[in-house]
Ligand binder design. Sequence first.
Ligand code: PRT
Ligand code: ZN
Length: 220
Amino acid sequence: MSTVQGRLRIAVQKSGRLAERSLDLVRDAGLRVVKGNNDLLYRIENYPIDLLRVRDDDIPTFVADGVCDLGIVGENVLDEVRNGGPNAEVVMPLGFGRCTLKIATPPGLDYAGPSSLQGLRIATSYPKILRRFLDEAGVDADIVTMRGAVEVAPRLKLAAAICDLVSTGATLEANGLMARETVLDSQAVLIKAPTPPEAGLQHLLDSIVERMAGVVSSQG
Ligand code: PRT
Ligand code: ZN
C-alpha cells in the first residue's frame, strides 16, 4: 500500500435513518473508522480510505461524478436524483433501510385505482418518480413538491393525496390516510462511480466490495 498516493472515498449519510447501519457495514467489512476533528470526513485507519459524511440527497451525484468511489443510499433517492448524464451504478442491495413509496389518500376519497387520481393534486418529496408512475398509468395529475411533512398536506388542503415513504404505516394511520398504490419498493444499496478510481486503488475497491458482499450475505 505504500506506493498508493490517493485515498478511496465512500459517501455515507451523516445522520438519519441510514447513518448507523451504513457505519456498521463499513466496520463489519473490516474498516476501522476513526472520527477526525472534521465532522464531514471520517478516516479509515487501516486502509487509505475516507468516509465522506453528507446528506443522502447528495450521495448519488457525488458518486456519479466520481468525487466518491462508493456510496450507500436508498434506492428511492438514487432513482429520484438520476439524470441524463453518467449515473452511479448499483453494486448490490444491502438489506436495510427498507421502505415503500406509496400513494395515500383520505379514506373519504372514492378510490378505484390510479384513474381516481386524475386531475388531483398530489404532494410528494419524489416528484420525478411519481410523475413516471402517473405517466405509465396514463393519469394526468398535479404534483406539489414538499421537502417534508408531506403527510399533513391533505389535512391542510394543500393536496388531495400524498406520495410518501412508508415503513410501519404508523405515520399514515396517525394522519388518517389510507395507502392506495405502491409506487416503489426501496432499500439501501451500495453504489459505485461509473469511472474507475485513480490508479492503484482498484484492487482495494474490489476487495472492499467483496467484503461488504460477504457481510450482507451473512446477514441473510
Ligand atoms: O438529512 P438527510 O437528507 O440525509 O436525511 P433525510 O431526512 O432525507 O432522510 P432519512 O434519514 O429520513 O431517511 C433516509 C432513507 O431511509 C430514506 O431515503 C429511505 O431510503 C430510508 N427509509 C426507510 C425511510 C423510512 N424507512 C421512513 N419510514 N425514510 C423515511 N421514512 C419516513 C417517511 O418519510 C415518513 O415520514 O418515515 C415516515 C413513515 O414511517 P412509518 O414507520 O410511520 O411508516
Ligand atoms: Zn435527504
